[in-house]
Ligand binder design. Sequence first.
Ligand SMILES: Cc1cc2nc3c(=O)[nH]c(=O)nc-3n(C[C@H](O)[C@H](O)[C@H](O)COP(=O)(O)O)c2cc1C
Length: 329
Amino acid sequence: MNAQIKELQPAERFLAMIRGNRLPLMVAPMFLVSGPDLAIAAEKSGVIGSFPAPNARDVPALRQWMVRIRDEIAAGSWALNMIVHRSYERFDQELALVEEFRPPIVATALGSPRRVMDAVHGYGGIVMADVTTPTLARKAVDAGVDVLVLVTHGAGGHTGTCHPFALLHEVRQFWPGPLGLAGAISCGRDIRAAQVLGADFAVMGTRFIATVESLAGEGYRDMLVASGIEDLVASAEISGVMANWLKGSIQKNGEAAPAASKKTEIDFSGNISVAPKAWKDVWSAGHGVGGITRVQSVMEVVDQLQEQYLACLADEASFLKAMTSQGAG
Ligand SMILES: Cc1cc2nc3c(=O)[nH]c(=O)nc-3n(C[C@H](O)[C@H](O)[C@H](O)COP(=O)(O)O)c2cc1C
């Protein structure tokens, strides 16, 4: 990070980071999918990388991952995703690692970002929070977050249920700061569309699961390549929170597709790196899954996204030219 950027406030620093990157894009943290390889490849491809702390088997393994990331990308564009839910037993040990290794961004999930605020701001880091409703967005703002990510209908993993247009417009009424949009964003045009709606950046998860650098197994990757939006089911029954799942992975385990309404209790107590059935055997994907046509490297995906994004900007420029010349005539 250059000295000038370091002087800025966290929110300004985040926007400067996005503008200095190749695309306004963050590769989302994904349980059992993103580890250091994916985070480092994303950062080296010119976008923000991330991984969820619980993906490391235990705290010593997480420490090794943090050492590797510090050595390879230092204070580049990357985020550590932390579970801040009260039942998550590794929280205090992970926070101690955060204070030691100082990830430039800490992205919180499943609880209030308040729990990390002092520690992360204490070393000049940026706090980002995922939210799915205006109420949760207001709570995160009140807690002092620097960056909000709106997780909307059709997102992979724990999905939102709000329409992206509506949620973005409502949150923009009270949040002028850095704002990301997540949910079924799968090509360069979608990234531009997120900006047109008023977001500062896009967050993409599903599109990066079938990459060489992800932790996803071959069966999961193959199913993503073969699947489209109609191959998904949304249910709160599998992990306790509403999420989108690949129907084929449910059937593969000999089970019937779940009912969307039934809920179980969230519980992160115990060793969650011994993966529960959900995520390990029952696989998640977002509505943008149809955009995955083969397994690629992260760099190839980002190259393709950039090409599509630039083509979209060129179309906008010629559309604007045509509109203004018509007006002049
Ligand atoms: C398999 C999978 C696992 C996920 N795990 C996490 C997680 O551990 N923490 C988190 O904050 N978000 C998680 N997410 C949600 C993503 O951060 C992001 O919001 C989502 O992938 C965006 O939607 P998209 O997949 O349609 O691009 C996960 C998503 C997927 C697909």
